[in-house]
Design a protein around this ligand. Structure first.
Ligand code: F6P
Length: 318
């Protein structure tokens, strides 16, 4: 194997992973092409050669030095064929895709339809890759959200107010669940869980009557909008509420030590999987051990194993 390419999505820890891919490949005297703008760059032939020096000083940076985009053209056959031309014309013998569900779905298409040697690395703040305990970027995201939440708690406590805080997570409530437990929140609304707003409003009124005035309620974006929930709470309880939408700050920031270590391990592992002829696999870490699973499994819906236990704990500790 003489040349591989790497393309990425966006979250903290991805730069550390690119660094690991490039420096591991250089040990085996394999060239690495960095594809700009994700699948868009594969279609347009937008790339640069990466070497040991070009990835220095990036281990601590959030985002991706390769930039990224959402590419609708890659979902079409003509877009995919253009991407294949870039791969063939540039003698790319293997591709590493670092990203979440959408990126891994693209990797699976390249592998199944076009027989391109591909390894995915699970990296997304959503932690929604099935069969993988924790994706790169998720630990940083919950710590960024938690930092914001601690600040919100300061003012919520001072003014004795109800705050409804919206976090990311369209289909997977990982960020909401973990942030709510770590942040000592009173309630969390998740895509995976049924929810009764009347019960919550009754609990708020009962708590209020006993002197509990400050509440922090987390809403995952895939479940509802914080503004809608806050409006209903005010209507039903007549109490003042404030909303905060944390938004894209959750995807940025300096990667935590945990994310950097996972990124370093997985970057090296992915290169070695390609060298050993593996393909169509997604690399991740379960129980602190490096594993690879079929991309077919990785893109299936994920169930949060800890959901019931953590949710009960949130309610017990309120
Ligand atoms: O998949 C990662 C994610 O950050 C989701 O949590 C969020 O719903 C989505 O991406 C936001 O996408 P965009 O940056 O395109 O608005």
């Amino acid at each position: 194997m003489k040349r591989i390419a790497v393309l990425t999505r966006d979250c903290a820890g991805i730069n550390a992973c690119i660094r690991s891919v490039v420096r591991t490949a250089s040990l085996y005297e394999i060239e690495v092409m960095g594809i700009f703008h994700g699948y868009r760059g594969l279609i347009d032939g937008e790339f640069t050669f990466l070497n040991r020096r070009s990835v220095s000083g990036i281990i601590n940076l959030g985002g991706t030095i390769l930039k990224t985009s959402r590419c609708h053209e890659f979902q079409t056959e003509s877009g995919q064929k253009k991407a294949i031309s870039t791969i063939k014309d540039n003698n790319i013998e293997g591709l590493i895709v670092i990203g979440g569900n959408g990126s891994l779905t693209g990797a699976r298409i390249l592998y199944h339809r076009y027989h391109i040697p591909v390894i995915g690395i699970a990296a997304t703040i959503d932690n929604d890759v099935n069969g993988i305990d924790l994706t790169i970027g998720a630990d940083t995201a919950i710590n960024v959200a938690l930092d914001a939440l601690d600040k919100i708690r300061d003012t919520a406590t001072s003014l004795e107010r109800i705050f409804v805080v919206e976090v990311m997570g369209r289909e997977c409530g990982y960020i909401g669940l973990h942030t709510a437990l770590a942040g000592g929140c009173e309630e969390v609304l998740l895509p995976e869980k049924d929810f009764d707003i009347d019960t919550m409003c009754r609990e708020i009124k009962e708590g209020n009557a006993k002197g509990k005035i400050s509440w922090i309620i987390i809403v995952a974006e895939g479940k509802a909008s914080a503004h809608d929930i806050a409006r209903i709470i005010t209507e039903k309880t007549k109490l003042e509420t404030r909303t905060v939408v944390l938004g894209h700050i959750q995807r940025g920031g300096r990667p935590t030590a945990k994310d950097r270590i996972m990124a370093a391990r997985l970057g090296k592992y992915a290169v070695e999987l390609l060298i050993n002829g593996k393909s169509g696999r997604c690399a991740g870490i379960n129980n602190d051990r490096l594993i690879h699973i079929p991309l077919d499994n990785a893109i299936k819906p994920k169930r949060l194993e800890e959901l019931d236990e953590y949710y009960k704990l949130i309610k017990i500790l309120t």
